[in-house]
Design a protein around this ligand. Structure first.
Ligand SMILES: CC(C)(COP(=O)(O)OP(=O)(O)OC[C@H]1O[C@@H](n2cnc3c(N)ncnc32)[C@H](O)[C@@H]1OP(=O)(O)O)[C@@H](O)C(=O)NCCC(=O)NCCS
Length: 148
């Protein structure tokens, strides 16, 4: 198992993993991944086994994150391991790579989020030392004509 930085040649295998995590956002992937590959404030790491990608983590620098006392903080934007490779330590190694990168950027804290219903993610975060600090309800209102 190799953990390494995302590279342009990882596409479209990377899109496949991303779609598994975010099935409703696939239309935006090309632009988002192009930014990850070129930006200084966010990176992606992949887990590769026998030439196949089996997981990824995306980490960014955020000026603010709930519960944190420093700025910027390293933020886990996305974290995914293929079902066939879960609970074997791949996710931990990906997060460690993300944390090493954030540390190298001068960060002293990491942060992350997860849907309230994703209790498996909550447990995995807890195992890696992430403490729950807040629960958030998101709202939306259209500013266009009244929707029918
Ligand atoms: C969350 C996820 C990335 C973890 O990946 P993984 O490769 O299984 O993680 P690891 O095997 O490295 O496990 C890391 C720690 O979390 C624990 N853990 C992992 N999955 C768990 C689960 N379902 N329930 C309880 N604990 C779990 C492991 O026991 C381990 O702790 P330990 O080292 O103290 O034993 C993976 O389950 C996944 O892709 N889930 C679907 C997508 C998702 O929910 N992503 C997070 C969105 S915020």
């Amino acid at each position: 198992m190799t953990i390494r930085r995302l590279q342009p040649q990882d596409l479209p295998a990377y899109f496949y993993l991303r779609t598994a995590l975010w099935p409703d956002s696939a239309l935006d992937f090309e632009l988002e991944v192009a930014q990850i590959l070129s930006a200084d404030h966010q990176v992606g790491f992949v887990a590769e086994q026998e030439g196949a990608l089996v997981g990824f983590v995306e980490v960014s620098l955020r000026a603010y994150a709930e519960g944190c006392e420093s700025s910027p903080v390293g933020y886990l934007e996305g974290w995914y391991v293929a079902p066939t490779h879960r609970k074997t330590g791949v996710g931990r190694r990906l997060v460690e790579a993300a944390e090493d990168w954030a540390r190298a950027q001068g960060c002293t804290e990491m942060a992350s989020d997860s849907e309230i219903s994703n209790t498996q993610s909550h447990q995995a975060h807890a195992c890696l030392g992430y403490q729950e600090v807040e629960r958030i309800v998101c709202f939306r209102k259209s500013l266009q004509e009244v929707e029918t």
